[in-house]
Design a protein around this ligand. Structure first.
Ligand code: SAM
Ligand code: SF4
Length: 468
């Protein structure tokens, strides 16, 4: 893959947009915010204008607009998931990551299928229905090479506990060939995630010192191959802290525009990982382009208004406080109770947090996060309906863009939450959750409310996995 093949990524256009936006006045910002309220997304130039906001007054207007967009499209629901790290063996030298190949102090481990099944069972027992499978790059031959990933997905889906199963496995693994993506698709994955880390080529070269990941173009073209292979829900992201966040945000807009243009649908999710300290990776202690808390919130808000129908994922890298503050600004999916050391949920084969990828900011259990969300009148959603009904890619966007998806999502959120409350929650959380459901029903459109009542009736009568 040469540079020309990725010509859609154009740093000159990004820099020109940022320069042009540097001299915009408050009127230009307000015009963009007005347009954002139409829920049709924003252009690169408009994103550049918002990225230049400095005054507290305009920042508040941006946050208010993001809240409005979030409320219009996502209402109060918040999708829950947990990462499942199956291997910390890695052949790459990403200087910010504890799994980097020359970090000899890190205890290495690639879980076997039995261990993966036990980890999965443990997550099911917490109440999870969606997992994100994560691994370092370079799957040991003793585990079957790339087939290791396929076997792991199959193993996860096979686990059936009395209180449920995992209904959707998303995957975050290194770039693959088209045939391998086809195999991932056939294995029944939900979203394929891959973070570019940074779109700034010189920074990328400076922090990826060896291994397959050194090849910027191979990585930046991965989503094209995934989509060519039939995976139509893809998730992108930037590791904030590596390069200037404005540059990376605008470049990510180019990536989304390219996928939209070529495949008719952009990305399903955007993740916003911010660099955290990682053992044995000194660079992570001093990110070269550290992003302040205020800029981080600004990034979430800008993304919300720029790509309104794209899910925004907030991991447990961030503190409980920061996560709370970004819920209203546009986050639509959160992880909870996460461990980044393979075997960490069962403590089997794990060497503890010392084998983890980076320091976590939020150590609360799924139940604690769920209880807090409910107390803030959010509806934690364990819904996996779209993917199981084939409502992915273009089909999803066709329903989402005219605003019809809430007729599905709102009922599915309350019913999956009700299922969680009955099967997993203690009495205090259950009470809190039932109150949040009642508040949500009262605020729903009559049609969605009737559908919810019907489905809730089935759940309360003992039926499970009810969705529309
Ligand atoms: N190894 C694959 C790869 O690099 O694409 C799979 C994902 S890797 C285990 C998950 C993500 O963790 C990386 O894409 C990177 O953005 C993020 N990450 C690595 N080091 C980090 C750190 N110190 N703080 C926060 N996130 C980090
Ligand atoms: Fe390996 Fe991914 Fe960590 Fe890089 S970020 S060292 S590829 S696990």
């Amino acid at each position: 893959m040469n540079d020309e093949a990725n010509a859609w990524l154009n740093p000159d256009v990004v820099l020109a947009a940022l320069n042009a936006a540097a001299s915009q006045d408050a009127g230009a910002v307000r015009e963009v915010l007005q347009k954002a309220r139409e829920l049709k997304g924003l252009t690169l130039g408009e994103v550049a204008v918002l990225s230049r906001i400095e005054s507290a007054e305009l920042m508040q207007e941006l946050f208010d607009t993001a809240c409005h967009v979030k409320e219009q499209i996502y209402g109060r629901r918040m999708v829950m998931f947990a990462p499942l790290y199956i291997s910390n063996i890695c052949g790459n030298e990403c200087v910010y990551c504890a799994f980097r190949s020359t970090n000899k102090a890190l205890p290495r481990n690639a879980l076997n299928m039995e261990q993966i099944r036990r980890e999965t069972a443990q997550l099911i027992e917490q109440g999870h229905k969606r997992l994100l499978l994560v691994a370092g790059e370079g799957y040991p031959a003793s585990r079957g090479g790339f087939n290791y990933i396929l076997d792991a997905i199959q193993a996860i889906y096979q686990v059936a506990e009395a209180r449920g199963t995992i209904r959707r496995v998303n995957v975050n693994v290194a770039p693959l060939e088209i045939d391998q993506y086809r195999a991932l698709h056939d294995a029944g994955i939900g979203t394929y995630q891959l973070f570019q880390e940074t779109y700034h080529r010189p920074t990328y070269a400076a922090v990826h010192l060896s291994g397959a990941k050194k090849d910027f173009d191979w990585r930046v073209s991965a989503m094209d191959r995934a989509m060519q292979a039939g995976i139509d829900d893809v998730g992108i992201g930037v590791l904030f802290g590596l390069a200037d966040w404005r540059f990376d945000l605008l470049s990510m807009m180019q990536h989304i525009a390219h996928l939209e243009e070529r495949f008719g649908v952009g990305c399903h999710t955007v993740s916003v990982p911010r660099m955290e300290p990682a053992a044995g990776a000194p660079m992570s202690e001093r990110p070269p382009a550290a992003v302040s808390d205020l800029d981080f919130k600004k990034i979430v808000a800008i993304l919300r208004v720029a790509v309104p129908y794209t899910g925004i994922i907030m991991s447990t890298r961030e503190s409980a406080q920061m996560r709370r503050e970004t819920y209203a600004l546009g986050v639509s999916q959160v992880s909870a109770g996460s461990r980044t050391d393979p075997g960490g949920y069962t403590d089997e084969g794990s060497s503890g947090a010392a084998a983890g990828q980076f320091q976590l900011g939020d150590h609360r259990s799924l139940e604690e996060v769920v209880a807090e969300l409910a107390s803030l009148n959010y509806i934690p959603s364990f819904c996996t309906a779209c993917y199981r009904l084939g409502r992915t890619g273009q089909d999803f966007m066709d329903i989402a863009k005219p605003g019809l998806i809430r007729l599905k999502c709102d009922p599915n959120a309350v019913t999956t939450f009700q299922e969680y409350l009955i099967d997993f929650a203690d009495s205090a959380t259950r009470q809190q959750g039932e109150e949040a459901i009642a508040t949500q029903l009262a605020a729903m459109e009559p049609k969605a409310c009737r559908a919810s009542e019907r489905m809730l009736g089935k759940i309360r009568a003992g039926k499970r996995d009810v969705y529309c």
